[in-house]
Design a binder for this molecule. Structure first.
Ligand code: CTP
Length: 364
């Protein structure tokens, strides 16, 4: 990064915060006090966005984003802000941000920290503090960001910030960008920290999902369940029992909820019914069933039934004289049912069973 140093160029946001906290940070945010596009002219520019005053350059084969200092306004509370002024002072740029801990800058030449709002003190005291009283009204996704940072770093909302959060949650403006909200919810719940879910419920943050939400009854530790079975869409295992109709879900996410709604009212009587209830369902749907309907039935499927497979296969059927074709699927499915009833069957016993009971009518 040596070549990019400039007295007007600062590291900002999460990068500075994480460095102070001594935790790993994956992306570096740069902010130029002044016009970043002018500044970038001496580098290899990949693209610029004049409206936003941002530029992407290529340095040592790495793509680096640099933003001009800017102020923003929220013409519509809860939606994306628009830029009011670019190339403003660094102080004004930092002032538009969410929490004091994210509003510290570090000069790229002197390494000096610029901390107008007491972010260092708040990091020391493990506090999350908004920079102004309209912060959550402008951008309610910051409530979820606060939740994310609180569980990630073990920080707490400072008193006034807590009060402002409560005030907003008692009077939510539901005309908001659910797209932005979803991004923060996904990041928060993909961390798989149960405490985030407890706070989400206790502090009433769940109300942000939409009107008339019902808090579901949870039958087990979601964190343990996720640790054990490792689903891809962790966030949906936490939030899939809420009404998510305000959110745009991708195909897989929608399929998970559809499948859960199909299986949730069915109670299988035995292992065979259990197997066929869940065998076409995504893992996340089965986990939602475990959490909300019946833990034992769902985990019995995942631990004992899901991967059951007879030893006998098509080659064995051929060797037994079954002509190739339609019968194979039928015989193997019947055998699978027997295997579910008796998982300890050996291959010899399976062949015996096929010969004695399942071949009727299928032999030449
Ligand atoms: N920011 C903000 N309000 C938001 C989102 C972001 O003020 N709703 C500001 C914060 O100063 C934040 C910076 O933009 O530090 C960069 O945002 P982002 O990359 O989303 O967050 P990080 O703080 O880097 O957090 P993470 O480590 O989770 O990526």
């Amino acid at each position: 990064m040596e070549q990019i140093r400039d007295k007007n160029l600062y590291y900002v946001g999460g990068y500075v915060r994480d460095e102070i906290l001594g935790v790993k940070c994956f992306d570096i945010d740069f902010c130029y006090e002044g016009d970043a596009i002018d500044f970038a002219q001496k580098f290899n520019i990949i693209k610029t966005n004049k409206d936003f005053g941002t530029v992407r350059i290529l340095l040592n084969n790495k793509e680096i984003d640099i933003a001009s200092t800017r102020t923003e306004v929220y013409p519509k509370a809860g939606h994306l802000p628009v830029i009011k002024e670019t190339a403003c002072s660094l102080e004004k740029d930092l002032q538009r941000r969410d929490f004091t801990i994210n509003a510290i800058a570090k000069n790229t030449v002197t390494n000096e920290l610029v901390d107008y709002f007491g972010g260092l003190e708040d990091i020391k005291n493990k506090k999350l503090r908004v920079l102004h009283s309209k912060s959550f009204v402008d951008d309610p996704t910051r409530i979820v960001r606060g939740l994310k940072f609180s569980v990630r770093f073990n920080f707490e909302l400072e008193e006034e910030t807590k009060r402002l959060q409560e005030e907003y949650l008692d009077n939510i403006n539901y005309d908001m960008s659910y797209h932005r909200l979803k991004k923060e919810l996904v990041e928060t719940f993909n961390l798989n920290i149960e405490d985030a879910y407890n706070k989400f419920v206790e502090q009433g943050i769940y109300k942000l999902l939409g009107e008339n939400q019902i808090i579901p009854e949870i039958k087990c530790s979601i964190q343990d369940l996720i640790d054990k079975f490792n689903p891809q869409y962790r966030w949906l295992v936490y939030l899939g029992l809420y009404d998510l109709s305000n959110f745009e879900l991708n195909k897989e996410e929608a399929a998970i909820l559809n499948s859960y709604h199909k299986i949730k009212s069915i109670k299988p009587k035995d292992n065979v019914e259990t197997y066929f209830l869940f065998n076409k369902a995504p893992l996340e749907s089965v986990l939602l069933y475990a959490i909300s309907i019946n833990y034992d039935i769902a985990t019995n499927y995942l631990e004992n039934l899901k991967n059951l497979k007879p030893f006998v296969n098509g080659d064995d059927l051929l060797a037994l004289g079954v002509p190739k074709g339609v019968a194979y699927k039928d015989i193997l499915e019947k055998l699978l049912i027997e295997k579910i009833k008796n998982p300890n069957m050996t291959k010899v016993e399976e062949i015996e069973l096929v010969k004695s009971q399942l071949l009727n009518g299928f032999l030449k």
